[in-house]
Design a protein around this ligand. Structure first.
Ligand SMILES: *Cc1c(COP(=O)(O)O)cnc(C)c1O
Length: 295
């Protein structure tokens, strides 16, 4: 497997007439450039879980996710790299044809177990032989160790430069980590990619190591998790033409759309310097028909 290339991470400042008119600066932290598969925040969130598994001498990792999950593929790849066994518990019945994500996870040696959506929702773990010896990582890496890992993300840029940080939010683990690593004066805004996921606020707060205010926005889900429409796809293509930065339909596309829209609506005061975290997730675009995206 290709090595993880943290030296590839860049902070790309974006030129845009609207940003200029609104007197805001926008930069994208390119975590998507670390690795084609383990891109974005997933390795950051996994690192301390894996360290603990190794400390406990557990060499099989079990985790949970859907058919297009970035967390599943990243776990499979990282375990492969570290010579650990991996097991993925996948939401829904086994399909006749595996998604590209699950095919790739299998290539990395991950063993897949499919469970019904109801059992998944109830967090029922199937009877896997030997499971008492396994190390379990929560879905999406949610938890204290995940947030601790995510707190190291901003070591890859000059974080003091920015007045605001914006990120996409799934489980909220990354956002909690970011909040734990910025100063009180820095504003953090999260764009929830799920519809009406109002539990998020509390879930994020549960992972904070100190008090820090934050803003969660629930207006840019485009119909729900992984839902998308022609407006979003059109935006992602235009954004790519303008900036040469690819994005994905589940997270970063919605995030970039939101940041652009919020700037137009004067959400950020003149003089703001906004760091937007590009968390990768580009592999999820393989669920789209070919040709929809120009990158
Ligand atoms: C997982 C993921 C997120 C969300 O991270 P959480 O810690 O679950 O909130 C954002 N962007 C991308 C590309 C992701 O893969």
């Amino acid at each position: 497997m290709e090595a993880l290339s943290f030296q590839n991470i860049t902070t790309d400042f974006i030129t845009d007439p609207v940003f200029k008119e609104k007197k805001v600066e926008v930069a994208i932290l390119r975590l998507d450039k670390i690795h084609p598969v383990i891109s974005g925040n997933k390795w950051f969130k996994l690192q301390y879980y894996l360290a603990e598994a190794q400390k406990l001498q557990k060499n099989t990792i079990v985790t949970f996710g859907g058919a297009w999950s970035n967390h599943i593929i990243a776990t499979a790849a990282v375990c492969n790299k570290n010579s650990l066994n991996s097991i993925g518990i996948i939401r829904g019945e086994e399909p006749a044809k595996l998604s590209q994500t699950l095919k790739d996870a299998k290539e990395f040696g991950m063993q897949l177990f499919f469970i019904s959506r109801k059992d998944y929702h109830d967090k029922k773990v199937p009877e896997i032989p030997g499971r008492d010896d396994y190390y379990f990582i929560p879905e999406g890496g949610y938890g204290t160790k995940g947030a601790e890992g995510a707190a190291t993300i901003l070591n890859h840029c000059v974080k003091e430069h920015f007045s605001h940080v914006c990120c996409a939010v799934g489980t909220g683990t990354m956002m909690a980590g970011l909040l734990n690593s910025v100063s009180k004066a820095q504003g953090v805004t999260g764009i929830s990619v799920m519809k009406n996921n109002f539990e998020l606020e509390e879930k994020i707060r549960a992972l904070l190591t100190n008090e820090h205010s934050f803003r969660l926005n629930h207006e840019y889900h485009f119909g729900g998790y992984a839902k998308h429409d022609d407006k979003l796809i059109g935006f992602m293509n235009n954004w790519y033409t303008q900036t040469h930065i690819p994005s994905d339909i589940v997270y970063s596309g919605k995030l970039f759309f939101a940041v652009n829209d919020l700037i137009e609506k004067n959400y950020f005061a003149a003089g703001s310097s906004i760091l937007v975290i590009h968390c990768g997730g580009l592999q999820g675009n393989s669920s789209l028909p070919k040709g929809k995206l120009i990158f």
